[in-house]
Design a protein around this ligand. Structure first.
Ligand SMILES: C[S@@+](CC[C@H](N)C(=O)[O-])C[C@H]1O[C@@H](n2cnc3c(N)ncnc32)[C@H](O)[C@@H]1O
Length: 264
């Protein structure tokens, strides 16, 4: 992964709270008094408040805080979920819920939608700050009730680089890839999320490695999310594509009998 952008943790009161200290320990990031944080200290800071963990920018013109709020996805969850391209691309339908590995989970939107459909999802996120936001979002969502707890019980989060993973279940049917892409999404929240992620995580040139490992692990298919007009990942022509307004899901159906395995 790239060298991470500097992030600090805001200390709100004269003494750090237990949550702030815990975050400092977990992420190994420094604490700064909130009134001392500006762009000369860091481009981003994390702040814990009664609504959980949020990432803030110190830029003069900033789109505001970013936190993982799965409740805001209610419309997508309730709007013909199985007819959405993401679900069609992974091959989920009534009576069939593939086991999925999301290798690039980010803020967890896609993993969450897949978990809502009843798929079991192992979600890898390498960046520790992004992972902390994701984990916090899952924790708050599951506190909302039994139904919510059941949905997120389908999600298994891993703060790991997928490319360095040593053991993956051999029952993974679908590997899902959504590495960073330059985008112009319409929704303000999506725009903010993507802009923050692009600055925090940067762009890695690991597409070929991600694609190679994904095709080695998946038993049934690899699904790659791309911006509508982006070239195919690794220049590999997909078996089929599902095209939407701003993005495309390229599906690579794998014929296990003919694909070479990298076991050594
Ligand atoms: C475009 S975002 C994914 C957005 C996600 N699909 C969502 O619905 O929120 C890409 C994410 O993949 C992560 N990532 C990139 N390469 C990775 C790797 N090798 N292992 C784990 N995470 C990775 C980045 O840190 C970034 O957070």
């Amino acid at each position: 992964m790239n060298n991470p952008v500097r992030v600090v943790i805001a200390q709100i009161l004269a003494q750090p709270s237990d949550e702030e200290n815990e975050l400092k320990r977990k992420l190994n990031l420094p604490l700064f008094r909130l009134d001392k944080i500006d762009k000369s200290i860091a481009p981003f800071f994390l702040r814990v408040d009664r609504n959980g963990l949020a990432l803030h920018s110190t830029a003069e013109i900033s789109p505001g805080e970013l936190r993982v709020n799965f409740s805001s996805l209610r419309f997508r969850v309730n709007n013909a979920l199985f007819k959405q391209n993401l679900l069609k691309a992974v091959g989920a339908r009534r009576g069939r819920r593939p086991k999925i590995l999301d290798a690039t989970a980010g803020l967890g939107t896609d993993s969450f939608l897949l978990a809502n459909a009843g798929c079991s999802v192992i979600a890898f996120e390498a960046n520790p700050v992004v992972f902390a936001l994701l984990e916090d979002g899952v924790m708050r969502y599951k506190q909302l009730g039994i139904k919510e707890e059941k949905i997120v019980s389908n999600l298994f989060l891993k703060n790991e680089d997928f490319l360095s993973t040593e053991s993956v279940s051999n029952e993974i049917e679908v590997v899902y890839l959504d590495p960073m892409f330059p985008s112009k999404p319409k929704a303000a929240q999506a725009k903010k999320g993507m802009a923050y992620l692009q600055e925090l995580v940067g762009k890695n040139n690991t597409d070929a490695k991600l694609f190679g490992l994904a095709t080695d692990i998946a038993r049934n298919r690899v699904v790659v999310k791309r911006a509508k007009k982006s070239p195919f990942m690794s220049m590999a022509k997909p078996t089929l594509s599902f095209k939407g307004g701003s993005c495309r899901f390229d599906v690579y159906l794998l014929n296990r009998a003919t694909l070479p395995r990298i076991d050594s």
